[in-house]
Design a protein around this ligand. Structure first.
Ligand code: NAP
Length: 253
């Protein structure tokens, strides 16, 4: 399905990362992939995972460092000459902002969360679009806390709301280049980042009980949806937020 396609994957921290599930699904369908990692401590882990895929590339990219972002895209251009899709699967907020009341959020925590978790999508889309000479697809990861209040999610919910709005504005701008931009709203999954949100365990059990499918979603299911969104099968879809949450978002009382 993705033979001859080049993808760039942001956000692999380890094998449990949603980004890795996306890479796995796309790699199995023939894509060649470039991976970015943040900070030297993750380099070895990401390189080991990427080594299982043919003709992969691993480059550093902390999105708060514009020079690293530019260098990462330059490395992709030098190796592959172009780009077909991007999976943006990164987010961060200081731990103390992910517990207690939202009203206590500091200016610094707000700025950090919005910069890394929302602005980075625009930053990446701006850098990716000149390489998407034959059209392209950009997929980001969001969460239900963008639209409803989820205890402890706090400033990350505000960042995800900005991310979802950015998805629509970017889709409107980049559509003329046949570049599509969509968000996947994933149900809770037990990853490294998720463990930073206080009481994640109870959230997982609650959603698992209340969702129509009576379970939690898996990272592999999110990866398969990303595969759909970066492939031609979704060629008429852009600017959308697609729920992959076992149906939890449709439930009222
Ligand atoms: P994860 O494995 O911890 O991935 C998060 C990634 O973001 C990590 O690779 C992390 O790197 C990276 N990151 C943080 N700050 C960065 C920066 N300044 N520059 C570049 N990368 C940075 O957790 P995940 O659950 O798969 O999260 C992936 C995405 O899915 C996030 O946007 C998250 O909000 C979203 N999501 C998750 C869930 C869930 O329940 N797990 C549900 C809905 C949406 P470091 O480890 O080095 O910080």
């Amino acid at each position: 399905m993705l033979e001859n396609k080049i993808g760039m994957i942001f956000g692999v921290a380890n094998q449990r990362s949603i980004a890795w599930a996306c890479a796995d699904a796309c790699g199995r369908h023939g894509a060649r992939l470039a991976f970015t990692f943040q900070g030297e401590r993750l380099q070895e882990k990401v390189e080991k995972l990427a080594a299982g895929l043919p003709d992969s590339l691993v480059v550093p990219c902390d999105v708060t460092n514009q020079a690293e972002v530019d260098a990462a895209f330059e490395a992709v251009k030098n190796k592959y000459g172009r780009l077909d899709f991007v999976v943006h699967s990164i987010a961060f907020a200081p731990r103390e902002a992910l517990e207690g009341e939202f009203v206590t959020t500091t200016r610094d925590a707000f700025r950090t969360a919005l910069e890394i978790s929302a602005f980075s999508l625009t930053q990446v889309a701006f850098a990716a679009s000149p390489l998407m000479t034959d059209g392209g697809s950009i997929v980001t990861m969001t969460y239900y806390g963008a639209e409803k209040v989820v205890s402890n999610y706090n400033v990350m919910g505000v960042a995800k709301a900005a991310l979802e709005a950015s998805t629509r504005y970017l889709a409107a701008d980049l559509g003329k280049q046949n570049i599509r931009v969509n968000a996947i709203s994933a149900g809770p999954i037990n990853t490294l980042s998720a463990r930073g949100v206080k009481n994640m365990g109870s959230l997982l059990s609650y959603v698992g009980e209340k969702s129509p499918l009576k379970r939690n979603v898996t990272a592999a299911e999110v990866g398969n949806t990303a595969l759909f969104l970066v492939s031609e099968l979704s060629s008429g879809i852009t600017g959308e937020t697609i729920y992959v949450d076992c149906g939890y978002n449709i439930m009222g009382i």
